[in-house]
Structure formats: structure tokens, C-alpha cells
Ligand binder design. Structure first.
Ligand code: BDR
Ligand code: CA
Length: 331
């Protein structure tokens, strides 16, 4: 990564507590230039996701275009958002919100992605950390999108690690498996940052307290509050996470991969998604070098995905801390 030229990123997100953490990491990191935030349903409704993206950027003193995207999965029926994980408001049930005035960009998320990619071919990286409906819709609007984007990094899926919404499925993929399969077979430079690595990085709430104490700012106070709520959920499910009163970093790992890919071990393979049945949302990989299978759908015509399989967890924590402890909040 060239420190002189920050990487232009469209952040596709369903904020969401780890989404908020990832957003603030991206805004804080000097090598990342967030040129747009495209929201989707997922952790909250898409309306709330857009409100949260506008709010998080406004209280951080930033003005980034924010769009509203898909409200439901492409094919399967919608379900209620997981308020027990992210809060009914997606940010851990904030007791109070400051008055802000940032306004929504009127375009759909998919249209925004297409417009930006056409305007700056080869320059935009898409970091997607929610269900993948906006990307799949953008692909339908502009089939050349894989050539127009620089690369796509998603937080989603899992290969060896058990799922988090079923024994096999990770939440973002499960939320819109048909969209996800389209994304995995589109042919862009694609990296999957899934539970195989995000479950290895447990972040203590004390780190976010340290960051809040350092800045004494509404943005980092908001993040500290939200992460506390998130940790209460994860602590109830995973004893080793409860032990340090922490949470998984999930979405922020996609950005850490962008700036420090050397902290991840990759495998390459053809990834497909189970769209129906008990395994719905499962991400399956035919590893590179494995001979073709007799079953259709795994042939060499399907593109390769880079899948993060191992991570240097302590180094990731340091990268996160360094960025968020820096001077990124101007007032
Ligand atoms: C993913 O699901 C969402 O709840 C999180 O924001 C993250 O993107 C983890 O499975
Ligand atoms: Ca997310």
C-alpha cells in the first residue's frame, strides 16, 4: 500500500456495532479514503442503517456521501434484525443522540457504486461487510463492474470455522445467499474475510475505553458504549470472550486486511454458496489445485476467491489501536 496515495474505498455496510468500529478505523487510518458509504439491511433495517451511517460520520466531523440500498434479501423472505446483538437502534441502544444535519445522497446504493466505478475505473475498492444485495444489484446494473472496480473485500462466510447463524452459515451470507453466490461468481478480484479469521480476533472493551479516554469525544464515547453492548452478547455465547469482556472484530478485519494483508494467510479456491435447504448460507470452497468434481458448478469457468484462513491476531489488535489512538478527530 502506497502511503502517499490513500486507497479509495466504498464501504458497503449495515451498521451495526462492528460496522461502526470498522467505519471509525477506516476514517482514522491514513491509508484509507472513504469516498462513499452504501447501506443495506442486515443488523438493522436499511432505513436505520442509513441513519446510523449519517450519524456516525456526522459526530466524527466527516461528510461522506451515504446512500440507502436494498431493504430485503433478493429471493428469500425477510426476517427481523438481530436487536439482541446490535441493539434495536444498531448501536447498542444509545441513551441519547446528538443533533446532526448530514443528509442522504438520493441515489440507491447500487447506483452509487456503479456511478463511482464508471467515474474512476480501476480506482475504487469495495469493502462490503453486510448482506451482499447492493453488490449483486450493482452487477445487474453494470455487468462490467468487475473490470471497473479495483478489488472487492467482503466480511462474510466461513470455510472451516463453524457458522454463527447455523452450524454452517455466517450471518452476512445467510442473510442473502443468492446475492452472495452471484458476488462469488462475478469474476472480480475478491477476498473473503470470514469467521475463520474474525473468530480469532477478540477485542476487549477496555481497548475502546482507552480510546474513549484518549479522545474524550462523542464519536469514541458512542463506539465505547456500543462495543460494551456487543460484548455482553458475545460474552453470553462464548466463555473465552466473556473472560476478557470482549467481542469479535468481524467487519474491521476487512479493513485491516486492506491495509495489512501480510497479517493474513490466504488460500485460493472457487467459492460457492448454498442457497436453499438446511445448509443455506454455507460458503464452500473447491481449493485451487484440487481436480475438478463430477458435480456441476465447480469448474474452472468459476473465478477464484482469496480466502483468509489464518490471521496474526495480536498484530491486528495493534493496527486497530494505533489507528484509533491517533489524531483523527478534529474537534
Ligand atoms: C457479520 O454479521 C453482522 O452481524 C456483523 O456486522 C458482521 O458483518 C458477522 O457474522
Ligand atoms: Ca456488518
Amino acid at each position: 500500500m502506497n502511503a502517499q496515495l490513500p486507497c479509495k474505498v466504498i464501504y458497503d455496510t449495515d451498521p451495526g456495532i462492528d460496522d461502526a468500529m470498522a467505519l471509525y478505523f477506516a476514517l482514522a487510518h491514513p491509508a484509507i479514503d472513504v469516498v462513499g458509504i452504501t447501506t443495506t439491511f442486515g443488523n438493522v433495517t436499511v432505513e436505520q442503517a442509513a441513519v446510523n451511517a449519517l450519524y456516525l460520520t456526522a459526530i466524527a466531523g466527516r461528510s461522506v456521501p451515504v446512500t440507502r440500498g436494498v431493504a430485503t434479501p433478493w429471493c428469500k423472505p425477510p426476517e427481523a434484525p438481530p436487536a439482541h446483538i446490535h441493539g434495536a437502534d444498531g448501536l447498542g441502544n444509545l441513551p441519547h443522540r446528538a443533533a446532526t444535519s448530514n443528509q442522504l445522497d438520493p441515489r440507491s446504493s447500487a447506483q452509487f457504486i456503479v456511478d463511482a466505478a464508471r467515474a474512476q475505473p480501476g480506482e475504487i475498492t469495495l469493502v462490503a461487510v453486510g448482506p451482499l444485495g447492493n453488490l449483486s444489484l450493482a452487477l445487474k446494473l453494470e455487468p462490467r463492474l468487475p473490470d471497473l472496480l479495483r478489488e472487492v473485500i467482503i466480511m462474510g462466510g466461513t470455510i472451516s470455522e463453524p457458522g454463527n447463524v447455523s452450524p454452517l452459515a455466517e450471518a452476512n451470507i445467510w442473510n442473502d445467499p443468492h446475492a452472495a453466490d452471484l458476488v462469488f461468481t462475478a469474476g472480480w478480484k475478491l477476498t473473503m474475510v470470514g469467521l475463520d479469521v474474525t473468530h480469532r480476533v477478540v477485542l476487549p472493551v477496555s481497548l475502546f475505553k482507552k480510546i474513549a479516554d484518549r479522545h474524550q469525544h462523542v464519536a469514541t464515547d458512542t463506539l465505547h458504549h456500543a462495543v460494551g453492548f456487543y460484548a455482553n452478547h458475545y460474552g453470553g455465547v462464548h466463555p473465552h470472550v466473556a473472560e476478557i469482556h470482549g467481542c469479535f472484530g468481524h467487519d474491521v478485519l476487512a479493513f485491516i486486511y486492506l491495509v495489512n494483508p501480510e497479517l493474513f494467510t490466504l488460500e485460493r479456491g472457487r467459492v460457492r454458496v448454498a442457497t436453499d435447504g438446511l445448509a443455506q448460507g454455507q460458503t464452500m470452497m473447491r481449493r485451487k489445485g484440487v481436480a475438478d468434481y463430477p458435480q456441476a458448478g465447480w469448474g474452472d469457468d468459476k473465478p477464484l476467491t482469496q480466502v483468509c484462513m489464518q490471521v496474526q491476531a495480536e498484530a491486528c489488535k495493534s493496527v486497530l489501536e494505533t489507528a484509533l489512538m491517533g489524531s483523527w478527530l478534529s474537534f
